[in-house]
Design a protein around this ligand. Structure first.
Ligand SMILES: Nc1ncnc2c1ncn2[C@@H]1O[C@H](COP(=O)(O)OP(=O)(O)O)[C@@H](O)[C@H]1O
Ligand SMILES: [Mg+2]
Length: 454
């Protein structure tokens, strides 16, 4: 069999890479997907009986791009493709599965599978959990290289974890070892380096040049600092993240939170006299039942730090089936009294954007640099595909700290009167009891403390 293939310099570097995890990532049209298909073919031919998996997020994408390219490229004399199982087999016993992961849990269909090499195309369409799970499927005793090789444009739900895993830790084209001991490399791909496309379709570059600035930077220049689909494009580390300082006692302070057993996210926020909003402390933890969550919140609020209100989303006021009590009332029993915020997502996100905006050179919102989860998650949120005014709720793990901030933002930007109305808590039976038995002075005090009785 005679194969005549030519590859670009970058594709060759991708094919030759020996690191356990390889990322070929950058401009659209750089030849990444094509590189994957050629690399898979060479691997299959060099290592008889080897097993590979090539993945895309959806079947349609897989079918239209990778399978089509493979069928056009792989010699029929040695390769057959079964279109119902999406498996390609080579005469030498090697096989390539073409797979997809439409839902978060689809990875478990590979529970008993074993591969020498797994390839993700458009890696940023996958979540980190899916990727990490699939790492465990790379194993075998045949002595062949074991690798995960991925290709992608910047952008997509997985943009930030992919960037953190491959792009941020070391300069491009430089192998490095992650804290988990895995060797990795990031090989950037640029459109200009793919002469096959630039010569075959000279107009393509012009079409990319016509894109809006952000898309252009991601797709034409393969810029990882900016990406298509980012929700808070206004976020700018240089102006929104500040060095911590002592917050004056006189500034009004809030706590705002998002609570679920999967994750508690609490932000402590102070308002400066000039209206600047400082997120000065955060606490995020998973798996805390209400008693422990309440304790964590109180423990992290120093004695004497006067909190004006603790904001929580309205769903904490729905009754649980088991106890008939609301989560808000359970928190209250453990000493944390909430003020109901709003769950109007669209208005809430707009209010966050408002805070992020620059007026007179300075944004209103500033985040102490120790609030690392908020700083990581806020710029990582992506636009929801169906409702573009909303943020995507996936990956779920990055939504909690921003949700807590949203609860504050919508509360804070409402006119004072509306905010005052919102600053009511549902009174417990004990509170009513106290109120009923109090004298006028006492009643006034309780109203001030808990808001108008409801
Ligand atoms: N080595 C190559 N030989 C021939 N055509 C190539 C080669 N590399 C890329 N191409 C062509 O260039 C175009 C863009 O490549 P592709 O792999 O789809 O880019 P990317 O995945 O980076 O967006 C495709 O039409 C592809 O067939
Ligand atoms: Mg591609």
């Amino acid at each position: 069999m005679k194969l005549s293939l030519s590859v670009t310099k970058k594709q060759k570097r991708f094919i030759d890479a020996v690191e356990s995890e390889v990322l070929f990532g950058g401009a659209a049209g750089g030849g990444k997907s094509y590189g994957q298909v050629v690399d898979a073919l060479l691997f299959a031919l060099i290592y008889p009986g080897s097993k590979q998996l090539i993945m895309r997020r959806s079947f349609a994408e897989l079918d239209k791009s990778l399978i089509r390219t493979a069928l056009a490229l792989y010699p029929r004399s040695v390769f057959t493709f079964n279109s119902s199982t999406h498996t390609g087999r080579f005469k030498n016993g090697s096989c390539i599965d073409f797979g997809y992961c439409a839902t978060e849990n689809d990875v478990y269909q590979y529970q008993s599978a074993e591969y020498d090499c797994i390839r993700f195309d458009e890696l940023t369409h996958f979540t980190e959990a899916q990727y990490v799970y699939m790492l465990s499927r790379v194993r075998g005793a045949n002595g062949y290289p074991k690798q995960i090789k991925s290709s992608t444009n910047p952008g997509g739900v997985g943009h930030s974890w992919v960037k953190a895993r491959f792009v941020d830790p070391a300069p491009k084209d430089t192998p490095f070892v992650g804290s988990d001991g895995m060797s990795r490399i990031f090989i950037p791909s640029l459109l200009d380096e793919n002469s096959f496309l630039s010569e075959g379709d000279p107009e393509y570059r012009k079409r990319l040049l016509a894109l809006p600035e952000r898309e252009k930077r991601a797709l034409l220049y393969g810029d990882w600092d900016i990406f298509e689909g980012q929700y808070f494009t206004e976020f700018d580390r240089a102006s929104h993240v500040v060095k911590p300082f002592e917050i004056p006692a006189s500034w009004r302070k809030y706590r705002t939170l998002d609570y679920g057993l999967d994750r508690l996210a609490v932000l402590w926020i102070a308002i400066a006299p000039d209206g600047a909003v400082y997120v000065y402390r955060e606490y995020c933890e998973s798996g805390l039942p209400i008693s422990q969550a309440a304790r964590a919140i109180t423990d992290r609020t120093p004695k004497g730090e006067d909190i004006y209100a603790t904001l929580a989303p309205p769903d904490l006021w729905s009754r649980t089936q088991e106890t008939g009590k609301t989560k808000a009332s359970l928190f209250q029993e453990y000493g944390v009294t909430f003020t109901k915020s709003s769950n109007d997502r669209e208005c809430g996100w707009l209010a966050v954007k408002e805070l992020l905006c620059h007026t007179d050179g300075e944004p209103r919102l500033r985040i102490f640099e120790n609030c690392s989860e908020l700083i990581k998650c806020l710029p990582a949120l992506t636009v929801d595909k169906i409702r573009p005014t909303d943020c995507a709720t996936e990956p779920h793990e990055i939504t909690h700290a921003p949700d807590a901030l949203r609860g504050f933002a919508i509360f804070h930007t409402r006119p004072a009167e509306a905010a005052d109305k919102m600053r009511r808590t549902v009174w417990t039976r004990d509170m009513w009891e106290d109120y009923r038995t109090a004298d006028d002075e006492g009643k006034k005090y309780l109203k001030q403390k808990y808001g108008e009785p409801i």
